[in-house]
Design a protein around this ligand. Structure first.
Ligand code: C5J
Length: 227
């Protein structure tokens, strides 16, 4: 058992074999200049600032041979897995399925739907394609976690208040002990990121814990050396 500095109090990991790294939607369309996010008027540099922290976590998890799950938000080309309400939503010119700066928006396999080069998964790492905001809805994530007896999730990625928060709430309701990595998650709206961090850890950790990359890496590495 190791205790990691976190808020609202220490986060405990009983056994290294029970922890996984979850990286949400680090897709080119959300993060790169010239993508869908920027086309909607967002400042993508806000999101790019977390790449080094996620790279450090990836390096640590790979070195310790611990499970890593990356997600991408995307739909089948025929949009059969996209509710009409989601497809219609908003007043912007570009909608899901339309051709954008990097291919069809939020369509699996399109250039913009790919994970950014800095975080490319290795061939043995699992990518979960998700049609919703949460990584559990209509995906095989839970069966992978159950098969590996994982109970503790370190959650990173974008955007904090949308897909990251939805995933963390879904995981919390399913009984997972979740920690949101504060410096490895980002939003186009810094105030929404801060509000999410505070609401997650309010009321004694009603949704889970929040903590920092360096503390996690130190703890995981020391657990490995002690085992
Ligand atoms: C994510 C979104 N990944 N903002 N998607 O948060 O719709």
């Amino acid at each position: 058992m190791i205790q990691i500095p976190a808020q609202p109090y220490e986060y405990e990991i009983p056994d290294l074999r029970q922890v996984a790294l979850i990286i949400i939607d680090m897709q080119r369309d959300f993060l790169e200049a010239g993508g869908f996010g920027e086309a909607l008027g967002n400042d993508v540099s806000q999101l790019q600032s977390i790449i080094p922290q996620i790279q450090s976590l990836l390096t640590t998890f790979r070195a310790l041979q611990l499970p890593i799950f990356q997600t991408v938000e995307g739909h089948k080309p025929d949009l059969s897995d996209c509710p009409p309400s989601k497809q219609k939503r908003g007043k912007s010119e570009l909608k899901i399925g339309d051709r954008g700066p990097m291919g069809r928006i939020l369509i699996l396999g399109e250039e913009g739907n790919g994970i950014i080069p800095e975080l490319q998964p290795l061939s043995e790492e699992i990518i979960i394609s998700k049609p919703g905001k949460g990584a559990f809805y209509n995906t095989p994530l839970e069966s992978h976690l159950q098969a590996q007896k994982i109970t503790h999730l370190l959650i990173t990625g974008v955007t904090t208040e949308v897909c990251v928060q939805t995933t963390m709430r879904e995981a919390n309701d399913r009984g997972y002990e979740c920690l949101l990595v504060e410096d490895a998650t980002a939003s186009y709206f810094p105030e929404f990121k801060q509000a999410t961090i505070e609401m997650v850890r309010a009321q004694g950790g009603i949704v889970g814990w929040t903590g920092m990359t360096e503390d996690l890496i130190t703890a995981l590495t020391s657990m490995q050396s002690a085992s």
